[in-house]
Design a protein around this ligand. Structure first.
Ligand code: ARG
Length: 486
């Protein structure tokens, strides 16, 4: 009886955690509520929007964010910022995950087919960034023919790159990664906007080429969901008054100054770790929460599925087998994107990154755990069930008190391995903006402009986690096994 209370309490606690506290704490109270304004942006585009440590805390700043603040102020709403990859912005806006997009986005005809745009608020020029040593090589666009060129995924720059004859194109999510590719000679040029490019020129390894990818000015405007004319009108009126007071030029200048005033890039990996420990600590918390809940729910669903699979009723067996095969036979990344974006686009179900992450991990691990349980249960000698039944126990009672305890003991190592796998796999959830350890590595990389150290730090944290866990599990198994050897 006592045991029951314990399990129920644990389950309740987990449910409260899942549905309530973390969601609220991390993402504010739901996106559609009356007095919040949810901004979607890709914060890799200084001085438009970028991460910056202010008073030891990570913040997203930039002139786009200043404009968003003004809009929210004019509306009397609280601004919530959602940072995501640039090519995720349109679907996020269409599905209602965010209310507006301010991300230096150019109002192209193609994009106008799916969303609306405000009046333009800023313009810049296309430039070509190359390694300083190659400056003489790229004086005209002809010299770019057949070159390896990088651009941000889903941007107008990517389209320009595609129009260069025979060019080999690398499209990535984040601008700093493109610059890293340029420096490490994987690509020979990056197409960028001049406003953004200047921030990288302090780094003497890169410079701007004379070749100009496109003479037309690139505009920036605010993206709004089609038909949301109310917001569109408000946004345009804020833009109009900012323009009339000449405030835009002013905030652009301030944001540019803020962006070149880079933190003293700490030297070695240990100083980076120490300097940004609060980022990694936060990430660690999320990774642990994700994996623990993923395994817990995976355990419950997996056990259920394996019992259903052995129910002896054909239709149910078939259904649960299909469940297991599909989840094991498709990539977790695909499952994640379907749950996070697919459900929002088709059914309007908007999970937060934390919720999507836990759901994906639970479903995915439940398929593997179901297989583990099945093997464990089938591994228990048939005679055990027969003996229990002949003592008058029902099938279910025998399952619970005779078969499952033995099965559980024998699959313990396999469950432990699954937990370790989940800790590592949970890093995939970072692609939807879940602020776990892997995500923090990206943030620190963007702030410090160091490509390697932040990744090594995150790998080391995962290793410490999994190694400790496997030692602990080993000790626990030995203790559980001790009774067998008496
Ligand atoms: N203006 C370009 C476009 O709309 C690039 C914008 C990139 N913005 C960003 N936050 N990374 O395609």
């Amino acid at each position: 009886m006592k045991k029951h209370y314990r399990y129920t309490a644990l389950l309740l606690l987990m449910l409260v955690l899942l549905t309530g506290f973390p969601v609220q704490a991390a993402y504010g109270a739901g996106s559609q509520s009356e007095n919040t304004l949810v901004l979607g942006t890709s914060a890799d585009f200084a001085p438009y929007e970028f991460h910056k440590t202010i008073n030891g805390k990570d913040q997203i700043v930039g002139f786009d964010i200043d404009i968003a603040d003004e809009i929210a102020k004019d509306m009397g709403a609280k601004l919530i910022i959602e940072d995501m990859s640039f090519d995720a912005l349109l679907p996020a806006l269409q599905s209602g995950r965010v209310d507006l997009v301010i991300s230096g986005m150019t109002p192209t005809d193609e994009r106008r087919k799916s969303i609306d745009f405000s009046d333009n608020y800023y313009q810049s020029k296309q430039v070509l960034m190359v390694r300083t040593e190659d400056k003489e090589r790229y004086k005209s666009m002809d010299s770019m023919k057949g070159e390896k060129i990088g651009a941000q995924k889903g941007s107008v720059q990517e389209e320009i790159a595609r129009s260069i004859p025979e060019a080999v194109i690398t499209s990535l999510d984040r601008i700093p990664d493109l610059v890293l590719q340029l420096q490490t000679k994987r690509i020979n040029a990056v197409i960028l906007e001049d406003t953004v490019a200047v921030g990288y020129l302090q780094n003497s390894a890169v410079t701007l080429a004379e070749a100009v990818p496109d003479d037309a000015p690139v505009q920036a405007a605010i993206g709004i969901r089609k038909g949301n004319t109310e917001l569109l009108t408000k946004v345009n009126s804020t833009i109009a008054h900012l323009k009339s007071e000449n405030r835009i030029t002013e905030i652009v200048k301030q944001a540019s100054m803020l962006s070149v005033d880079k933190p003293q890039s700490p030297g070695n990996i240990f100083t980076i770790f120490w300097e940004y420990r609060s980022y990694y600590a936060l990430g660690l918390g999320y990774t642990l929460l994700l994996s623990a809940l993923g395994v817990l729910f995976g355990f419950i669903i997996g056990l259920t599925i394996s019992l259903l699979r052995m129910s002896g009723i054909r239709a149910i067996t078939l259904l649960s087998t299909t469940y297991v095969e599909i989840l094991r036979g498709t990539p977790m990344l695909a499952q994640l994107l379907i749950i996070h974006y697919g459900l929002a686009l088709t059914l309007g179900i908007n999970f937060t990154p934390l919720q999507s992450g836990i759901i994906t991990l639970s479903l995915n691990s439940s398929a593997y755990l179901a297989e583990i349980f099945r093997a464990g249960i089938q591994g228990v000698d048939r005679g055990q069930m027969e003996a229990a039944r002949s003592l008058g126990m029902s099938r279910w009672l025998a399952m619970r008190h005779v078969i499952l305890p033995q099965a559980f003991k024998s699959v313990l190592p396999a469950i432990g391995n699954e937990f370790i796998t989940i800790i590592k796999e949970s890093s995939i959830i970072s692609v939807i903006g879940m602020a776990d350890i892997m995500y923090q590595a990206g943030v620190v990389k963007n702030i410090t402009y160091k490509g390697l150290s932040p990744l090594i730090i995150s790998a080391a944290i995962y290793f410490v986690l999994t190694f400790t866990l496997s030692k602990l599990l080993g000790a626990w198994e030995r203790r559980m096994g001790a009774s067998d050897h008496r």
